[in-house]
Design a protein around this ligand. Sequence first.
Ligand code: GDP
Ligand code: MG
Length: 162
Amino acid sequence: PPPTYDEELVHKTILVGDSGVGKTSLLVQFDQGKFIPGSFSATVGIGFTIWDTAGQERFRSVTHAYYRDAHALLLLYDITSKSSFDNIRAWLTEIHEYAQSNVVIMLLGNKADMSSDRAIRRDEGERLAREYSVPFMETSAKTGVNVDLAFTAVAKELKHRA
Ligand code: GDP
Ligand code: MG
């Protein structure tokens, strides 16, 4: 049977970051334990719902309302894309402006499987995360490395804060 939970305790988690960093792929990997190139979906996690953007991120028009009722944010860049990493600061500025002050944030450097094309070192990700006091992991939506761990860490933090 599907898991049951008190609706009051359902947490809204949203995926944020530049277009192409792998938000949809990460969600698909988490949901189905498999990687479907170029696919997209929105889905439900265990005890918390996860919202994916349908391409609005391309226009920086992720609405204020979208942030306002989020309990957690997975903020992604692509380790092979310097611009996606540089844009993390802009995303954080927007998040701090529009999200709830107690929102749970985790920074993820995705596409960790593409180490030969790496543009951002792991310690650069760690340093940025430290600067903003948020946890950090490198993930791969392709191989699944750290994907369950990232979502589980967020779910645990939400439960802890509830
Ligand atoms: P979104 O725009 O942030 O939702 O990004 P998508 O999930 O649509 O992914 C953009 C492209 O990157 C697609 O071609 C994916 O197959 C690819 N991709 C996403 N995550 C990974 C990953 O971890 N490793 C590799 N090698 N490719 C990935
Ligand atoms: Mg997408």
